[in-house]
Design a protein around this ligand. Structure first.
Ligand SMILES: Cc1cc2nc3c(=O)[nH]c(=O)nc-3n(C[C@H](O)[C@H](O)[C@H](O)COP(=O)(O)OP(=O)(O)OC[C@H]3O[C@@H](n4cnc5c(N)ncnc54)[C@H](O)[C@@H]3O)c2cc1C
Length: 385
């Protein structure tokens, strides 16, 4: 069974919801670099963003399989889940490693959408992908941590009530291992902004609410520490698997969008007295995109099954993300080519989706880093860094 056949009721409901947000809506948001508040609200109110939260805390507890169905359909419809997807999985760190009191306090409100947990602060300008080199530091001062440092590329920080923040509580040089000495804090953005936290927007080639964060002695109550001090890196890695699998599902949705559009256009557009899709030079790349997408789709489903079964899924999550992001990029490039000049016209939404899907070969983890994981950890090849 392919992913496209799972959770048919959810898929149908998501398609209906997305039909209320047509290309023109997304084009305007893209032009203005504006946050799609109405879309995120509709998705929240429908309950689709709380499918990973257990029923005991107000969600539907359906697991990644259902979350995949939601995000894949969002993307296949031409919409973009980037503004909302973090509300689904960022709470995983709290769910897995938070105290019962923290879970009771936050999860039901995240499930209802009363609290937006859309921001996840890891990346720093000086560290890049080498997360153990982060230097944003949380110093203990009585019943508070005092945070100083800087983050970059933090999505949706201006549209979030809470942020899961990774920072050092022990300097790298003083920690037993480089990955020790990092901790996760839950930052209340409503209190933080203007009181030690400054947010600066970064304009990018896609509409992704990207920001840079500056921490200048931000005070965070000690009770907002998630799990044990110094163990944060491990907690964050756990959450990243869900993120990679869900973003892979968005890529599958994007790829299907491009394949649907390319096939329709290739059937209709006539040049030299015949549909362009009759030419194998046009038909074969579309068929290849379908083949690649179907294979990637199976890997996404496999990774999600492992995750939902509580089994290790890091390698599969990485492989799914790589295959799906490459399949969507190939489908995007093919779709532009098939449309000729119209591939570049805003009103076709193809150029927008083309820009949007390119992101996923870089974020949340770049292809080279996935290959290096597979080389070292799966194939036993020498470590290069
Ligand atoms: C739109 C957008 C949204 C984002 N949202 C968030 C967010 O919400 N929260 C967050 O914390 N981060 C976020 N990120 C950051 C994202 O996770 C990083 O950009 C990504 O992981 C790559 O890290 P980097 O940009 O620091 O690249 P670098 O680490 O500087 O790497 C640059 C290039 O060099 C390659 N490279 C580096 N080292 C090696 C090596 N040893 N071998 C081979 N190749 C290597 C990489 O593969 C990459 O292609 C976002 C980024 C973008 C662009």
């Amino acid at each position: 069974m392919s992913n496209a056949e799972t959770f048919p009721e959810i898929r149908e409901a998501v398609r209906r919801l997305c039909a209320g947000f047509p290309g023109e809506y997304w084009r305007e948001k893209d032009r203005e670099r504006a946050y799609p508040t109405e879309f995120v609200r509709a998705l929240t109110e429908s309950g689709f963003l709380s499918v990973l939260i257990p029923e005991a805390y107000g969600g539907s507890g359906l697991g990644l399989g259902a979350a995949i169905a939601v995000l894949e359909e969002v993307h296949r419809s031409g919409s973009n889940g980037g503004a909302s997807h973090a509300q689904m999985y960022t709470m995983g760190t709290l769910l897995k490693h938070g105290s019962e009191a923290q879970k009771q306090a936050y999860l039901p409100k995240i499930a209802s959408g009363e609290l937006r947990l859309q921001a996840f602060g890891v990346t720093e300008p000086g560290a890049g992908t080498d997360t153990t080199r982060i230097t944003t530091f949380a110093r203990r001062d009585g019943d508070h941590y005092v945070v100083r440092g800087q983050k970059i590329w933090i999505s949706r920080a201006e549209h979030s009530d809470l942020m899961v923040l990774l920072c050092r509580t022990t300097a790298r040089e003083e920690a037993a291992r480089p990955s020790d000495g990092m901790s996760v804090l839950l930052v209340d953005m409503r209190q933080a902004v203007g009181n030690g936290l400054t947010i600066r927007q970064i304009r990018t080639m896609l509409n992704h609410a990207s920001t840079e964060l500056f921490f200048d002695d931000l005070r965070v109550p000690v009770e907002n520490l998630i799990g044990k001090e110094g163990q944060g890196f491990r907690y964050i890695l756990d959450g990243m698997n869900a993120e990679r699998i869900l973003i892979a599902a968005e890529c599958i949705g994007d790829a299907r969008f491009f394949i649907d559009r390319a096939s329709a256009y290739a059937r209709e557009r006539e040049v030299f007295g015949r549909p362009i899709g009759q030419n194998q030079g046009v038909q074969f790349p579309i068929a290849r995109a379908h083949v690649q997408t179907s294979a990637a789709d199976l890997m996404v489903r496999h990774a999600a099954d492992l995750f939902d079964d509580g089994q290790p899924s890091g390698t599969e999550a990485n492989m799914a993300k790589m295959l799906a992001s490459e399949a969507s990029w190939f489908a995007a490039d093919t779709c532009v080519q098939v449309h000729g000049g119209f591939g570049f016209a805003e009103e076709y939404d193809i150029e927008r989706k083309f820009r949007e899907t390119r992101l996923y070969q870089v974020a949340p983890i770049s292809t080279n880093l996935i290959l290096s994981h597979v080389g070292n950890h799966v194939l036993g090849l020498p470590k290069s860094f």
